[in-house]
Design a protein around this ligand. Structure first.
Ligand code: PLP
Length: 313
């Protein structure tokens, strides 16, 4: 059999990406097709771009002496993608569809498969969340304390607004929502005891005149709203503590609220931990409301900005 190949100094090729001729695409669970290799277009809302909803695979195609192409355990790669997809709340190709797609890709790019002994063609299957993302919940929020999954860990990127921090914990959010809660409250990964934050907002508690919020030391996103509310609260005479807050302290909190650019200052009506529901004051004449309306007043120009937070454009 005559081998079709590109004219290439195969020995000199490193591991850097060299694009081949064709790629294979399929949408959700429909049949796919081969197209010329090129860029992929997404909506800026795409879940993969905003929340890291994506899975990668990687497998090699080798060429035998007789010219045939060999794939190593594509079924296992397919299975791993399928299991990963379940964890990431994504639809995935069936094992058959995956193997078919890899075969088609390998055959279409056959000239890029090196001769025996000169390396292999690496195929990179991607499963990408291209759809738009979830909306916000109404207040007061009902939070569910998550004990199985952790959002972040020491030495990781929990304190960065990284796309990688969102989709991995979507399963916990989906589970909480299916139980009727509006969001998840994460605990620290080591002791599973201290409050961290909500899916996309920081958490603050109030007891008497003391406002407490966990320190943003690596595993918690340093929210701009959180930072602003701390300053506003101090300005209004509250004592503000940035310290570890044990989940058990919720029993004594008067109010709990979440802060974030999207939610503003959102009242938390209840937090459920191990089947016990702790309830907090919400609505008129709450500190949450006072802080929230002060923040909105500054943001909308109704309250004088004495801190140079507003940029006029
Ligand atoms: N924590 C997380 C994980 C977030 O994604 C966000 C905002 O999206 C926040 C906290 C709040 O940050 P900010 O107040 O800057 O919006």
């Amino acid at each position: 059999m005559k081998m079709r190949m590109v004219e290439m100094e195969w020995e000199k090729l490193g591991f850097g990406p060299v694009s081949t001729d064709f790629m294979y695409s399929m949408k959700c669970c429909e049949d796919g097709n081969l197209t010329h290799y090129g860029n992929i277009q997404f909506s800026p809302f795409a879940a993969v771009l905003n929340y890291g909803q994506g899975i990668i695979e990687g497998l090699k195609v080798n060429r035998k002496e007789d010219g045939r192409l060999l794939l190593f355990r594509p079924d296992q790669h397919a299975l791993r993608m399928k299991m990963g997809a379940q964890r990431m709340c994504m639809p995935s190709p069936s094992i058959h569809q995956f193997i078919h797609a890899v075969k088609q890709t390998a055959l279409a790019n056959i000239r890029w498969v090196p001769p025996p002994g000169k390396g292999s063609l690496y195929i990179r299957p991607l499963l990408i969340g291209s759809g738009p993302v979830l909306g916000q919940d109404k207040t007061p929020l009902s939070l569910y304390v998550e004990e199985e999954e952790v959002r972040a860990f020491s030495g990781g990127v929990g304190g960065v607004k990284s796309v990688s921090n969102y989709w991995p914990v979507l399963k916990a959010l989906v589970r909480a929502k299916s139980l009727g809660f509006s969001d998840v409250l994460y605990l620290d990964s080591v002791n599973k005891k201290y409050l961290e934050e909500v899916s996309a907002a920081n958490i603050i508690t109030l007891k008497g005149n003391v406002i407490s919020t966990p320190p943003t030391s690596g595993t918690i996103l340093p929210g701009i709203t959180r930072k602003s509310i701390i300053e506003i609260a101090r300005g209004l005479g509250f004592q503000v503590e940035e310290r570890s807050i044990s989940v058990h302290e919720l029993t004594e909190a008067d109010e709990v609220f979440c802060t974030g650019t999207a939610v503003g200052v959102a009242a938390v009506g209840s937090v459920t931990y191990r089947g016990t529901r702790f309830e907090f004051k919400v609505g008129e004449n709450t500190v949450c409301q006072a802080l929230g309306s002060t923040l909105v007043g500054i943001q909308t120009g109704l309250i004088e900005d004495k801190k140079e937070w507003i940029f006029n454009i």
